[in-house]
Unconditional design. Sequence first.
Length: 227
Amino acid sequence: MATFVLVPGGWHGAWSYDPVVPLLERAGHTVHALTLTGLRPDDDRETVAAANLDTHADDVLRLLDRAHIANATLVGHSYGGMVIAAAADRAAGRVARLVHLDAYVPRDGESCWSATTEAYRQVFAAGAAATGYAVQPPPGGDPRRRPHPLASFLQTIRLTGEYDKVPRREFVYCAGWEDRTPFAELRTRLAADPDWHVHDLPTGHNAMREAPEAVAGLLLGAPGGKE
C-alpha cells in the first residue's frame, strides 16, 4: 500500500483534498494532507511573514520524519509543486513518486514568481500590497482560503539533482482552463521528456473538487487521464 502526502496550492489548506482523501483511504492507502506553515488558522503575523519555500519543504520533511515514511508519494497542487520538488530533493531517497497536479515543476534557480505568467505576478503583487508579506486570495473561491506568505512565492528553489532521481515523476495537466493556465508550455516540455509521465484531465484548475474520482483514479494508477 502507498503512503500519500498531499500538499495544497496557494491560499489553500489540507481541506482542499477533502473529496479525494476518503477515496484513497477506501482503497487501503495511508493519506496525510498538509496545511502549510503560515496558512493555518492560528498562525500569527510573524509566522506568516517568515514562512518561505524552505519552511514549506521542511513541513513535508518533518511529516516524513514524524510518521516514519520511507516510500512516499508526494502530490502537489499548483504552488505545491514547488514544495514537493524542494522536499523530494532533500528527502534522502524517501520519495518514490511525485505527482505535480496542475502544478509548477521547477528547475534549479526558479521560483513560483519566475515560473508563472505575468498575469499571476500581477495577482501576487496586488494581493500583497496591503501588508507587504501576505498575498490576499483572489476574489471568489472558497471562503476557507487564507492569505499566502509572499516569501514562498518569491524564494528561488535550489535543487541538487536528487529530485531527478525520484523513480516516478508525473504531471497532470488540467485542460479545462486553457485561456488562463500558466502550465501549457510546461506540459509541452514535460511531454517531450521520457523521464516524465504526463496525464490530461478535462477539468479546471481545482480538479480535486471538480473531479475527485478522476484525480483519485490517477493517483491509484487507474485509467482516467490521457497519458
